[in-house]
Design a binder for this molecule. Structure first.
Ligand code: ADP
Length: 182
């Protein structure tokens, strides 16, 4: 039997725990998984294409030590990219009815474009079902803690993007008084 390659396409700006969970579960269903990072979606982006790819690459060891998953950047039609890598399945995640309406239209459009490629949606699991990349970018931009929502490398990259560096250690009160008197 030939092995089934699935493509999980998205913007991943940035990759978060909800994305990671879908990738992990897709790996349990298919032989190989390619996480496809779309280069220029019709969205305002925080991370460049190269940065989004590099961040996902650094998270993969947590879901697949056996190398069945890889990250690839792409542009153009997702079904064309899927065909170029031999993927017969597109994997997407569903959080709610808004996602459902969008994915239904995407699935039907992709089916019209490429009948040979199947569309598989996995429901978001608690506690990730409320997560969105937009929400994470907003929380992080406002100084909130996103460390429980994204892999550690992504939390670090977000802090750097927003120019947050660790605070210096507090000055002991005696030294501070001395400094003020000078
Ligand atoms: P896109 O721009 O293609 O929607 P995203 O990076 O926003 O790219 O999302 C990629 C895929 O991951 C989509 O199928 C989306 O529904 C899914 N997804 C987003 N957030 C979550 C989540 N919290 N749990 C599960 N799936 C999610």
């Amino acid at each position: 039997m030939t092995s089934i390659i699935a493509l999980y396409p998205g913007t991943f700006d940035p990759f978060h725990n909800g994305h990671l969970d879908i990738a992990r579960r897709a790996l349990a269903l298919f032989d190989q998984l390619v996480i496809g990072v779309y280069d220029l979606p019709d969205k305002h982006l925080l991370f460049t294409h190269e940065e989004r790819i590099a961040l996902i690459e650094q998270c993969l060891h947590t879901i697949s030590p056996d190398g069945r998953v890889r990250v690839m950047g792409y542009s153009g039609l997702t079904v064309n990219f899927a065909r170029s890598i031999g993927a017969r399945v597109l994997v997407r995640g569903l959080r709610n009815s808004v996602d459902f309406d969008f994915e239904l239209q995407m699935a039907q459009t992709n089916h019209w474009l490429a009948e040979d490629i199947e569309y598989v949606c996995l429901f978001a699991n608690a506690p990730n079902h409320f997560l969105s990349a937009t929400l994470i970018r907003q929380i992080s931009a406002l100084g909130g803690d996103v460390s429980g929502l994204v892999p550690p490398v992504v939390a670090q990259a977000l802090a750097q993007k927003h120019g947050r560096v660790p605070l210096p250690p507090p000055i002991p009160p005696r030294k501070l008084r001395k400094r003020l008197e000078e």
